[in-house]
Write a protein that binds this ligand. Sequence first.
Ligand SMILES: Nc1ncnc2c1ncn2[C@@H]1O[C@H](COP(=O)(O)OP(=O)(O)O)[C@@H](O)[C@H]1O
Ligand SMILES: [Mg+2]
Length: 353
Amino acid sequence: MMQVPTPTDAPKPTKEEFRIIGDSETMQNLRRKLRRVAGSKADTVLVHGESGAGKELAARAIHEWSDRSNAPFVEINCASIPESLLESELFGYERGAFTDAKERKLGLFEVAGHGTVFLDEVGEMPAKLQAKLLRVIEYRRFKRVGGTRDIEFHGRIVAATNRHLDQEINNGAFRADLYYRLNVVPIIVPPLRERKSDVPLLVEYLLDKISSSLGVDRPTLTPDAMLDMTKYSWPGNVRELRNTLQRTIIFHQPKIITPDVLEINPASRAAVTGSAATTKLTPARDQQALPAGSEDFVLPLGGIDLEDLEKSMLMQALERARYNQTKAARLLHVTRHTLRYRLEKFGLLTATV
Ligand SMILES: Nc1ncnc2c1ncn2[C@@H]1O[C@H](COP(=O)(O)OP(=O)(O)O)[C@@H](O)[C@H]1O
Ligand SMILES: [Mg+2]
């Protein structure tokens, strides 16, 4: 007999996305710990780790592997929005709470229900909101901005930081009481350089993902190229590894990836080899945003390939903007139209839609 599909038969979002790759002992331990925390009663968790190491992935795993996984996972980056906006995103507001508050809006603590609120870069949270967050954690209730009624919070808070918050406490930037409350269950995601044996598995996994998302044939790495990948220190961790493979595929569309097409940290490589094929613009600080105008680019003595320079800047802007073309265009001080025109010129447009 044919089965009538019921809403519960509807395909759930695949758990594939939340796979945490890595067979090293550190990663096996981490996965075990994430599963234990996921299944526990712990209602706050603090994930420590360098940028790109996999903190957000860990937070998602805690959600997906818990009995909260049918409720929402909501996330916010505390570093990327201004204080007033962060407050209303978290707590919501009542109609008329301020001039633009035309309708009531629910905040993330309310939207999450029994689910998980992921507070990324919690170390950047302004002092006033740190105090409010502590209240949510301690009393499991909060008020909407402009509201008088207490609303109960039933979710779990997973916060993440790439800073040493104990140092931030010493210099007064982070509340000690909030830190100790969040850090009852600490999770440490180790940097990639401390688990180099995971690199080959990550490479294979990411090659699958990237090539299918770009719609290109999946390339393979020669043993030499894989050796280069394992030797490199990956200061930007798994994110840098992913971006490296992405760049290599987009620029060279290789069937076989040899060491000479591998776009590992093109900046430092160009500096070492003096090669004009790759550009020497971003020092190892690659991952950090530089204040505008803090650097003048100096034409290297041997000159530079202007097209490669442009391609490199386009790709870096896209990567930094997480492939949001409007944001990438802003970084390059051009319109989105101009950005698209230039991407098309280099055959890079399909990579970004
Ligand atoms: N162990 C892993 N297995 C598979 N993908 C990973 C792993 N660690 C990180 N990634 C991927 O690397 C990128 C950066 O990870 P993310 O969790 O956003 O890092 P963080 O939040 O620490 O900056 C994401 O695309 C993520 O899916
Ligand atoms: Mg992150």
